[in-house]
Design a protein around this ligand. Structure first.
Ligand SMILES: *[C@@H]1O[C@H](CO)[C@@H](O)[C@H](O)[C@H]1NC(C)=O
Ligand SMILES: *[C@@H]1O[C@H](CO)[C@@H](O)[C@H](O)[C@H]1NC(C)=O
Ligand SMILES: *[C@@H]1O[C@H](CO)[C@@H](O)[C@H](O)[C@H]1NC(C)=O
Ligand SMILES: *[C@@H]1O[C@H](CO)[C@@H](O)[C@H](O)[C@H]1NC(C)=O
Ligand SMILES: CC(=O)N[C@H]1CO[C@H](CO)[C@@H](O)[C@@H]1O
Length: 432
Protein backbone atom coordinates (compact mmCIF):
# COMPACT_ATOMS: atom_id res chain seq x y z
CA UNK A 1 0.00 0.00 0.00
CA UNK A 2 1.26 3.47 -0.85
CA UNK A 3 2.36 5.22 2.37
CA UNK A 4 0.19 8.31 1.75
CA UNK A 5 -2.83 6.03 1.36
CA UNK A 6 -1.87 4.23 4.54
CA UNK A 7 -1.59 7.54 6.44
CA UNK A 8 -5.01 8.61 5.15
CA UNK A 9 -6.47 5.28 6.19
CA UNK A 10 -4.96 5.53 9.66
CA UNK A 11 -6.21 9.11 10.03
CA UNK A 12 -9.69 8.04 8.97
CA UNK A 13 -9.61 5.18 11.46
CA UNK A 14 -8.46 7.50 14.24
CA UNK A 15 -11.21 10.00 13.38
CA UNK A 16 -13.92 7.35 13.41
CA UNK A 17 -12.57 5.87 16.64
CA UNK A 18 -12.79 9.22 18.41
CA UNK A 19 -16.42 9.51 17.34
CA UNK A 20 -17.26 6.15 18.93
CA UNK A 21 -17.97 6.54 22.63
CA UNK A 22 -16.29 4.29 25.15
CA UNK A 23 -17.77 0.82 25.09
CA UNK A 24 -20.75 0.86 27.41
CA UNK A 25 -22.04 -1.85 29.70
CA UNK A 26 -25.44 -3.39 28.96
CA UNK A 27 -28.28 -1.25 30.41
CA UNK A 28 -29.56 -2.76 33.64
CA UNK A 29 -26.56 -5.11 34.01
CA UNK A 30 -24.93 -5.48 37.42
CA UNK A 31 -21.77 -3.70 36.21
CA UNK A 32 -23.73 -0.80 34.77
CA UNK A 33 -25.90 -0.37 37.87
CA UNK A 34 -22.84 -0.49 40.12
CA UNK A 35 -21.12 2.18 38.03
CA UNK A 36 -24.27 4.33 38.13
CA UNK A 37 -24.41 4.01 41.95
CA UNK A 38 -20.70 4.80 42.30
CA UNK A 39 -20.81 7.94 40.18
CA UNK A 40 -24.23 9.50 40.82
CA UNK A 41 -25.43 10.49 44.29
CA UNK A 42 -27.79 13.34 43.37
CA UNK A 43 -30.28 13.68 40.56
CA UNK A 44 -31.89 16.95 39.53
CA UNK A 45 -34.98 16.55 37.33
CA UNK A 46 -36.49 19.59 35.58
CA UNK A 47 -39.57 18.93 33.46
CA UNK A 48 -40.48 21.82 31.17
CA UNK A 49 -43.71 22.22 29.19
CA UNK A 50 -45.16 21.54 25.79
CA UNK A 51 -42.38 21.50 23.18
CA UNK A 52 -41.49 18.88 20.56
CA UNK A 53 -37.96 17.96 19.56
CA UNK A 54 -38.43 19.20 15.98
CA UNK A 55 -39.64 22.56 17.34
CA UNK A 56 -37.19 23.33 20.12
CA UNK A 57 -34.10 21.43 18.95
CA UNK A 58 -35.03 21.58 15.24
CA UNK A 59 -32.10 23.88 14.44
CA UNK A 60 -29.40 21.94 16.30
CA UNK A 61 -26.80 20.83 13.77
CA UNK A 62 -25.20 18.11 15.93
CA UNK A 63 -24.89 14.92 13.88
CA UNK A 64 -27.17 12.07 14.88
CA UNK A 65 -30.15 14.27 15.72
CA UNK A 66 -32.98 13.76 13.25
CA UNK A 67 -34.64 17.14 12.98
CA UNK A 68 -35.64 19.67 10.32
CA UNK A 69 -32.17 21.19 9.87
CA UNK A 70 -30.37 17.83 9.61
CA UNK A 71 -33.00 15.71 7.87
CA UNK A 72 -35.93 17.99 6.93
CA UNK A 73 -37.72 19.98 5.83
CA UNK A 74 -40.99 18.37 6.87
CA UNK A 75 -44.20 19.62 5.33
CA UNK A 76 -47.92 19.71 6.15
CA UNK A 77 -50.88 20.65 3.96
CA UNK A 78 -52.72 23.81 4.95
CA UNK A 79 -55.95 21.83 4.78
CA UNK A 80 -56.17 18.04 5.09
CA UNK A 81 -59.23 17.86 2.85
CA UNK A 82 -58.29 20.48 0.24
CA UNK A 83 -54.92 19.73 -1.36
CA UNK A 84 -55.37 22.77 -3.60
CA UNK A 85 -54.66 25.03 -0.60
CA UNK A 86 -51.02 23.92 -0.80
CA UNK A 87 -48.32 22.88 1.66
CA UNK A 88 -46.14 24.59 4.22
CA UNK A 89 -42.75 23.27 5.36
CA UNK A 90 -40.62 23.57 8.48
CA UNK A 91 -38.29 26.57 8.35
CA UNK A 92 -35.81 28.35 10.58
CA UNK A 93 -36.88 30.71 13.38
CA UNK A 94 -39.95 30.42 15.55
CA UNK A 95 -41.42 33.09 17.84
CA UNK A 96 -40.00 33.66 21.34
CA UNK A 97 -43.64 33.81 22.41
CA UNK A 98 -46.02 31.60 20.41
CA UNK A 99 -49.27 33.43 21.06
CA UNK A 100 -51.70 30.75 19.81
CA UNK A 101 -51.15 27.64 21.94
CA UNK A 102 -51.28 24.58 19.63
CA UNK A 103 -53.85 21.89 20.42
CA UNK A 104 -52.34 19.12 22.51
CA UNK A 105 -55.28 17.30 24.05
CA UNK A 106 -55.81 13.67 23.04
CA UNK A 107 -58.25 14.60 20.23
CA UNK A 108 -56.02 17.39 18.93
CA UNK A 109 -53.06 15.00 18.89
CA UNK A 110 -55.17 12.43 16.98
CA UNK A 111 -55.91 14.97 14.27
CA UNK A 112 -52.31 16.16 14.14
CA UNK A 113 -50.89 12.63 13.93
CA UNK A 114 -53.59 10.74 11.96
CA UNK A 115 -55.63 13.42 10.24
CA UNK A 116 -58.78 12.39 12.13
CA UNK A 117 -60.15 13.06 15.59
CA UNK A 118 -61.09 9.38 15.98
CA UNK A 119 -58.53 7.00 14.48
CA UNK A 120 -59.56 3.32 14.63
CA UNK A 121 -57.75 2.12 17.75
CA UNK A 122 -57.56 -1.51 16.54
CA UNK A 123 -55.87 -0.39 13.30
CA UNK A 124 -53.46 1.75 15.35
CA UNK A 125 -52.61 -1.17 17.63
CA UNK A 126 -52.14 -3.62 14.74
CA UNK A 127 -49.85 -1.16 12.97
CA UNK A 128 -52.17 -0.94 9.94
CA UNK A 129 -52.71 2.77 10.63
CA UNK A 130 -49.50 4.72 10.99
CA UNK A 131 -49.26 8.40 11.90
CA UNK A 132 -48.78 10.73 8.94
CA UNK A 133 -47.94 13.79 11.10
CA UNK A 134 -49.83 15.82 8.54
CA UNK A 135 -52.47 17.58 10.61
CA UNK A 136 -50.56 20.15 12.68
CA UNK A 137 -51.15 23.15 10.43
CA UNK A 138 -54.76 22.17 9.66
CA UNK A 139 -55.57 21.94 13.37
CA UNK A 140 -53.84 25.25 14.16
CA UNK A 141 -55.82 27.02 11.44
CA UNK A 142 -59.07 25.32 12.46
CA UNK A 143 -58.62 26.64 16.00
CA UNK A 144 -57.15 30.07 15.48
CA UNK A 145 -58.17 31.36 12.04
CA UNK A 146 -59.62 34.47 13.63
CA UNK A 147 -56.39 35.31 15.56
CA UNK A 148 -53.78 35.41 12.82
CA UNK A 149 -53.26 34.76 9.13
CA UNK A 150 -52.50 31.29 7.80
CA UNK A 151 -48.80 31.80 7.29
CA UNK A 152 -48.31 33.13 10.81
CA UNK A 153 -50.27 30.18 12.26
CA UNK A 154 -48.28 27.69 10.18
CA UNK A 155 -45.01 29.30 11.31
CA UNK A 156 -46.05 28.87 14.93
CA UNK A 157 -46.34 25.07 14.68
CA UNK A 158 -43.95 24.19 11.83
CA UNK A 159 -40.94 26.43 12.40
CA UNK A 160 -38.01 25.58 14.60
CA UNK A 161 -35.64 27.51 16.83
CA UNK A 162 -32.17 28.14 15.45
CA UNK A 163 -29.01 27.51 17.49
CA UNK A 164 -28.71 31.29 17.96
CA UNK A 165 -32.28 31.65 19.27
CA UNK A 166 -31.71 29.05 22.02
CA UNK A 167 -28.08 29.55 23.15
CA UNK A 168 -28.57 27.74 26.48
CA UNK A 169 -29.95 24.58 24.86
CA UNK A 170 -27.33 24.77 22.13
CA UNK A 171 -24.56 24.80 24.75
CA UNK A 172 -26.17 21.86 26.56
CA UNK A 173 -26.62 19.82 23.35
CA UNK A 174 -23.02 20.47 22.33
CA UNK A 175 -21.58 19.65 25.75
CA UNK A 176 -23.75 16.81 27.02
CA UNK A 177 -26.03 13.96 25.92
CA UNK A 178 -29.26 14.38 23.95
CA UNK A 179 -31.81 11.65 23.23
CA UNK A 180 -32.95 11.42 19.63
CA UNK A 181 -35.91 9.14 20.46
CA UNK A 182 -37.44 10.17 23.76
CA UNK A 183 -41.23 10.29 23.84
CA UNK A 184 -43.85 11.47 26.26
CA UNK A 185 -45.77 8.52 27.70
CA UNK A 186 -49.23 9.68 26.65
CA UNK A 187 -50.31 11.43 23.42
CA UNK A 188 -52.17 13.99 25.50
CA UNK A 189 -51.94 16.80 28.03
CA UNK A 190 -49.63 17.79 30.80
CA UNK A 191 -50.92 16.33 34.06
CA UNK A 192 -51.44 12.76 32.79
CA UNK A 193 -47.92 12.89 31.33
CA UNK A 194 -46.51 14.24 34.57
CA UNK A 195 -48.31 11.50 36.53
CA UNK A 196 -46.81 8.88 34.19
CA UNK A 197 -43.38 10.38 34.70
CA UNK A 198 -43.51 10.16 38.51
CA UNK A 199 -45.67 7.03 38.97
CA UNK A 200 -45.60 5.08 35.69
CA UNK A 201 -49.33 5.48 35.04
CA UNK A 202 -51.95 8.18 34.45
CA UNK A 203 -54.33 6.06 36.56
CA UNK A 204 -56.88 6.29 33.75
CA UNK A 205 -56.91 10.09 33.56
CA UNK A 206 -56.70 11.61 30.07
CA UNK A 207 -57.20 15.26 30.89
CA UNK A 208 -56.08 17.87 33.43
CA UNK A 209 -59.02 17.20 35.73
CA UNK A 210 -59.43 18.27 39.37
CA UNK A 211 -58.10 14.97 40.80
CA UNK A 212 -54.57 16.26 40.32
CA UNK A 213 -54.98 19.26 42.60
CA UNK A 214 -57.20 17.31 45.00
CA UNK A 215 -54.41 14.79 45.81
CA UNK A 216 -56.71 11.99 44.64
CA UNK A 217 -54.17 9.59 43.14
CA UNK A 218 -53.70 6.40 45.19
CA UNK A 219 -50.90 4.67 43.25
CA UNK A 220 -47.29 4.33 44.40
CA UNK A 221 -45.15 7.21 43.18
CA UNK A 222 -41.45 8.03 43.12
CA UNK A 223 -41.98 10.04 46.32
CA UNK A 224 -43.33 7.06 48.24
CA UNK A 225 -40.76 4.65 46.78
CA UNK A 226 -37.86 6.91 47.75
CA UNK A 227 -39.18 7.50 51.25
CA UNK A 228 -39.70 3.77 51.82
CA UNK A 229 -36.15 3.00 50.70
CA UNK A 230 -34.74 5.77 52.93
CA UNK A 231 -33.77 8.15 50.13
CA UNK A 232 -34.27 11.89 50.33
CA UNK A 233 -36.28 14.08 47.97
CA UNK A 234 -37.74 17.52 47.65
CA UNK A 235 -40.23 18.79 45.08
CA UNK A 236 -39.09 22.35 44.37
CA UNK A 237 -42.00 24.30 42.98
CA UNK A 238 -42.20 27.70 41.36
CA UNK A 239 -44.97 29.18 43.47
CA UNK A 240 -46.17 31.26 40.51
CA UNK A 241 -47.89 27.92 39.82
CA UNK A 242 -49.23 26.31 36.66
CA UNK A 243 -47.48 22.93 36.83
CA UNK A 244 -47.68 20.45 39.69
CA UNK A 245 -46.37 20.33 42.30
CA UNK A 246 -46.20 16.76 40.97
CA UNK A 247 -45.76 15.30 44.47
CA UNK A 248 -49.12 16.89 45.28
CA UNK A 249 -51.10 14.54 42.98
CA UNK A 250 -50.86 11.64 45.42
CA UNK A 251 -52.92 11.00 48.55
CA UNK A 252 -49.83 9.30 50.04
CA UNK A 253 -47.99 12.65 50.16
CA UNK A 254 -50.66 14.27 52.32
CA UNK A 255 -51.78 11.26 54.35
CA UNK A 256 -48.22 10.55 55.46
CA UNK A 257 -47.29 14.15 56.28
CA UNK A 258 -44.84 14.50 53.39
CA UNK A 259 -46.36 17.67 51.97
CA UNK A 260 -43.57 19.62 53.72
CA UNK A 261 -41.22 18.21 51.06
CA UNK A 262 -42.93 20.48 48.53
CA UNK A 263 -40.87 23.66 48.80
CA UNK A 264 -40.34 26.97 47.01
CA UNK A 265 -38.09 26.85 43.93
CA UNK A 266 -35.90 29.59 45.42
CA UNK A 267 -34.81 27.04 48.05
CA UNK A 268 -33.21 25.00 45.26
CA UNK A 269 -30.62 27.68 44.64
CA UNK A 270 -29.65 28.01 48.31
CA UNK A 271 -29.62 24.21 48.77
CA UNK A 272 -27.39 23.81 45.71
CA UNK A 273 -24.96 26.43 47.00
CA UNK A 274 -24.93 24.91 50.49
CA UNK A 275 -24.46 21.34 49.25
CA UNK A 276 -27.72 20.24 50.87
CA UNK A 277 -29.66 19.10 47.81
CA UNK A 278 -31.63 15.90 48.51
CA UNK A 279 -30.88 12.78 46.47
CA UNK A 280 -33.77 13.65 44.15
CA UNK A 281 -34.32 17.36 43.51
CA UNK A 282 -37.43 17.53 41.31
CA UNK A 283 -38.35 20.93 39.88
CA UNK A 284 -41.74 22.20 38.70
CA UNK A 285 -41.48 25.37 36.57
CA UNK A 286 -44.25 27.96 36.30
CA UNK A 287 -46.79 27.91 33.51
CA UNK A 288 -48.27 29.02 31.05
CA UNK A 289 -48.42 32.65 29.86
CA UNK A 290 -45.95 35.47 29.26
CA UNK A 291 -43.87 35.86 32.44
CA UNK A 292 -43.79 32.11 33.22
CA UNK A 293 -40.69 29.99 32.69
CA UNK A 294 -41.72 26.51 31.46
CA UNK A 295 -41.55 27.41 27.70
CA UNK A 296 -45.27 26.68 27.45
CA UNK A 297 -46.92 29.04 24.93
CA UNK A 298 -47.31 31.96 25.24
CA UNK A 299 -44.46 31.95 27.79
CA UNK A 300 -41.17 33.05 26.26
CA UNK A 301 -38.65 30.42 25.17
CA UNK A 302 -35.95 32.84 26.37
CA UNK A 303 -37.49 32.90 29.87
CA UNK A 304 -37.40 29.08 29.90
CA UNK A 305 -33.77 29.21 28.85
CA UNK A 306 -33.03 31.61 31.72
CA UNK A 307 -34.53 29.07 34.17
CA UNK A 308 -32.52 26.16 32.72
CA UNK A 309 -29.35 28.24 32.89
CA UNK A 310 -29.99 29.24 36.49
CA UNK A 311 -30.60 25.64 37.55
CA UNK A 312 -27.49 24.40 35.71
CA UNK A 313 -25.25 27.19 36.96
CA UNK A 314 -26.40 26.65 40.57
CA UNK A 315 -25.87 22.87 40.41
CA UNK A 316 -22.57 23.25 38.55
CA UNK A 317 -21.17 25.72 41.11
CA UNK A 318 -22.37 23.72 44.13
CA UNK A 319 -20.28 21.25 46.15
CA UNK A 320 -22.45 18.27 45.07
CA UNK A 321 -21.89 18.76 41.31
CA UNK A 322 -19.23 16.07 40.93
CA UNK A 323 -21.80 13.36 41.66
CA UNK A 324 -24.83 15.05 40.16
CA UNK A 325 -26.92 14.01 37.15
CA UNK A 326 -29.22 16.71 35.79
CA UNK A 327 -32.08 15.32 33.67
CA UNK A 328 -33.77 17.99 31.56
CA UNK A 329 -37.02 16.91 29.91
CA UNK A 330 -40.48 18.04 28.83
CA UNK A 331 -43.94 16.82 29.72
CA UNK A 332 -45.20 16.56 26.13
CA UNK A 333 -44.98 18.09 22.67
CA UNK A 334 -47.60 20.79 23.13
CA UNK A 335 -49.03 20.31 19.63
CA UNK A 336 -45.85 21.44 17.91
CA UNK A 337 -44.98 19.50 14.79
CA UNK A 338 -42.61 16.57 15.03
CA UNK A 339 -42.02 14.27 12.08
CA UNK A 340 -41.48 11.18 14.20
CA UNK A 341 -44.11 9.76 16.50
CA UNK A 342 -43.83 6.23 17.86
CA UNK A 343 -46.75 4.09 18.85
CA UNK A 344 -45.19 0.69 19.42
CA UNK A 345 -45.48 0.98 23.19
CA UNK A 346 -49.27 1.28 23.51
CA UNK A 347 -49.11 4.67 21.83
CA UNK A 348 -46.47 6.90 23.32
CA UNK A 349 -46.84 10.62 22.78
CA UNK A 350 -44.61 12.73 20.59
CA UNK A 351 -40.84 13.15 20.64
CA UNK A 352 -39.64 15.60 23.26
CA UNK A 353 -36.25 17.12 24.02
CA UNK A 354 -34.47 15.24 26.83
CA UNK A 355 -30.85 15.62 27.91
CA UNK A 356 -28.54 14.02 30.47
CA UNK A 357 -26.21 16.63 31.91
CA UNK A 358 -23.27 15.64 34.11
CA UNK A 359 -19.49 15.31 34.23
CA UNK A 360 -20.21 11.59 33.65
CA UNK A 361 -21.80 11.74 30.18
CA UNK A 362 -20.12 11.91 26.76
CA UNK A 363 -19.60 15.32 25.19
CA UNK A 364 -21.97 16.23 22.35
CA UNK A 365 -23.35 12.70 22.22
CA UNK A 366 -26.65 11.71 20.61
CA UNK A 367 -28.28 8.58 22.03
CA UNK A 368 -30.58 6.72 19.65
CA UNK A 369 -32.99 4.06 20.93
CA UNK A 370 -32.55 2.06 24.12
CA UNK A 371 -32.87 -1.57 25.14
CA UNK A 372 -35.65 -2.77 27.43
CA UNK A 373 -35.54 -5.62 29.94
CA UNK A 374 -36.66 -8.06 27.24
CA UNK A 375 -33.69 -7.06 25.08
CA UNK A 376 -35.82 -5.23 22.51
CA UNK A 377 -34.68 -1.96 20.89
CA UNK A 378 -37.29 0.67 21.75
CA UNK A 379 -37.67 4.41 22.15
CA UNK A 380 -37.03 5.98 25.52
CA UNK A 381 -39.94 7.65 27.31
CA UNK A 382 -40.76 9.42 30.56
CA UNK A 383 -40.92 6.13 32.46
CA UNK A 384 -37.27 5.52 31.54
CA UNK A 385 -36.52 7.95 34.38
CA UNK A 386 -38.37 5.73 36.89
CA UNK A 387 -36.68 2.58 35.56
CA UNK A 388 -33.23 4.17 35.83
CA UNK A 389 -33.77 5.73 39.26
CA UNK A 390 -35.09 2.36 40.46
CA UNK A 391 -31.74 0.84 39.55
CA UNK A 392 -29.89 3.72 41.21
CA UNK A 393 -31.81 3.71 44.46
CA UNK A 394 -33.04 0.15 44.70
CA UNK A 395 -36.79 0.37 44.30
CA UNK A 396 -38.84 -2.07 42.23
CA UNK A 397 -40.61 -0.99 39.01
CA UNK A 398 -44.13 0.14 39.93
CA UNK A 399 -45.88 -1.68 37.08
CA UNK A 400 -45.18 -3.42 33.74
CA UNK A 401 -44.83 -0.09 31.92
CA UNK A 402 -41.95 0.94 34.15
CA UNK A 403 -40.48 -2.56 34.11
CA UNK A 404 -40.36 -2.52 30.29
CA UNK A 405 -39.06 1.02 29.91
CA UNK A 406 -35.47 1.20 28.61
CA UNK A 407 -33.12 2.55 31.28
CA UNK A 408 -30.20 4.91 30.77
CA UNK A 409 -27.82 3.77 33.54
CA UNK A 410 -25.31 2.56 30.88
CA UNK A 411 -24.91 6.11 29.55
CA UNK A 412 -22.99 7.07 32.70
CA UNK A 413 -19.30 6.82 31.88
CA UNK A 414 -16.60 5.30 34.04
CA UNK A 415 -14.37 8.40 33.82
CA UNK A 416 -15.37 11.93 34.79
CA UNK A 417 -14.88 14.75 32.32
CA UNK A 418 -13.05 17.89 33.37
CA UNK A 419 -14.26 20.14 30.56
CA UNK A 420 -17.94 20.79 31.30
CA UNK A 421 -18.87 24.50 31.13
CA UNK A 422 -18.81 26.32 34.47
CA UNK A 423 -21.65 28.57 33.28
CA UNK A 424 -24.06 28.67 30.34
CA UNK A 425 -24.61 31.60 27.94
CA UNK A 426 -27.27 34.22 28.64
CA UNK A 427 -30.56 33.94 26.76
CA UNK A 428 -31.96 37.18 25.44
CA UNK A 429 -35.54 37.84 24.32
CA UNK A 430 -36.11 37.87 20.54
CA UNK A 431 -39.12 38.46 18.34
CA UNK A 432 -38.62 35.81 15.69
C1 LIG B 1 -60.68 22.78 4.45
O1 LIG B 1 -61.28 22.51 3.24
C2 LIG B 1 -62.64 22.09 3.36
C3 LIG B 1 -63.12 21.62 2.00
O2 LIG B 1 -62.86 22.60 1.03
C4 LIG B 1 -63.47 23.23 3.93
O3 LIG B 1 -64.80 22.83 4.11
C5 LIG B 1 -62.88 23.62 5.28
O4 LIG B 1 -63.54 24.74 5.80
C6 LIG B 1 -61.39 23.90 5.18
N1 LIG B 1 -60.87 24.06 6.51
C7 LIG B 1 -60.27 25.18 6.93
C8 LIG B 1 -59.79 25.16 8.35
O5 LIG B 1 -60.09 26.12 6.21
C1 LIG C 1 -49.37 37.44 7.82
O1 LIG C 1 -49.03 38.16 9.00
C2 LIG C 1 -47.66 38.50 9.06
C3 LIG C 1 -47.35 39.14 10.40
O2 LIG C 1 -48.43 39.18 11.25
C4 LIG C 1 -47.30 39.42 7.89
O3 LIG C 1 -45.92 39.74 7.95
C5 LIG C 1 -47.61 38.72 6.60
O4 LIG C 1 -47.37 39.59 5.53
C6 LIG C 1 -49.03 38.23 6.55
N1 LIG C 1 -49.17 37.34 5.39
C7 LIG C 1 -50.19 37.37 4.58
C8 LIG C 1 -50.20 36.36 3.47
O5 LIG C 1 -51.11 38.15 4.74
C1 LIG D 1 -35.04 2.39 56.30
O1 LIG D 1 -34.70 2.81 57.60
C2 LIG D 1 -35.44 2.18 58.61
C3 LIG D 1 -35.12 2.84 59.94
O2 LIG D 1 -33.73 2.95 60.10
C4 LIG D 1 -35.14 0.68 58.59
O3 LIG D 1 -35.90 0.03 59.58
C5 LIG D 1 -35.49 0.11 57.23
O4 LIG D 1 -35.11 -1.24 57.16
C6 LIG D 1 -34.79 0.89 56.12
N1 LIG D 1 -35.33 0.44 54.86
C7 LIG D 1 -34.56 0.15 53.83
C8 LIG D 1 -35.27 -0.32 52.58
O5 LIG D 1 -33.35 0.29 53.83
C1 LIG E 1 -55.03 6.54 49.02
O1 LIG E 1 -56.32 6.27 48.52
C2 LIG E 1 -56.55 4.87 48.28
C3 LIG E 1 -57.88 4.74 47.57
O2 LIG E 1 -58.86 5.48 48.21
C4 LIG E 1 -56.49 4.11 49.58
O3 LIG E 1 -56.69 2.72 49.34
C5 LIG E 1 -55.12 4.31 50.18
O4 LIG E 1 -55.07 3.71 51.47
C6 LIG E 1 -54.80 5.81 50.32
N1 LIG E 1 -53.40 5.93 50.71
C7 LIG E 1 -53.02 6.64 51.75
C8 LIG E 1 -51.58 6.66 52.06
O5 LIG E 1 -53.81 7.29 52.40
C1 LIG F 1 -49.55 23.20 32.63
C2 LIG F 1 -50.34 22.89 31.42
O1 LIG F 1 -51.50 22.62 31.53
N1 LIG F 1 -49.70 22.87 30.27
C3 LIG F 1 -50.20 22.87 28.98
C4 LIG F 1 -49.71 21.72 28.16
O2 LIG F 1 -50.73 20.83 27.81
C5 LIG F 1 -51.95 20.82 28.53
C6 LIG F 1 -52.89 19.85 27.93
O3 LIG F 1 -53.41 20.22 26.71
C7 LIG F 1 -52.61 22.15 28.55
O4 LIG F 1 -53.74 22.15 29.40
C8 LIG F 1 -51.68 23.22 29.00
O5 LIG F 1 -51.98 24.35 28.31
Amino acid sequence: MHSATLVRLLLALAASASAIPTKRAQPGSAASIQNFKDKIKNVVVLVMENRSLDNLLGGQTLKGLENPINSGPYCNPYNLTAASEGNVCSAAKDYDSVSDDPDHGVYGNNLEFYGTFNPDESLVQSGALTPSQNGFVHEQIRLYASDANRSELATQVMNYYTEEQVPVLTALVQNFLTFNHWHSDVPGPTNPNRAALVSGTTYGHGSNDDSFTEHAFPQVSIWQALTETNHTWLNYWDTAGGTGPDAGYFNWTYNTGNQDKIVDLETFYTDAAAGTLPELAYINPSCCGVGTNSMHPSGLVSDGEALIRRVYDAARAGPQWKNTLFVLSFDETGGFHDHDYTFTFNRLGGRIPTLLISDWVSEGYVEQQGTNAAGETVSYSATSILRSLGYLWGFEPFNPRVEHAPSFDHLIQTKARNNTPTALPTATPFKR
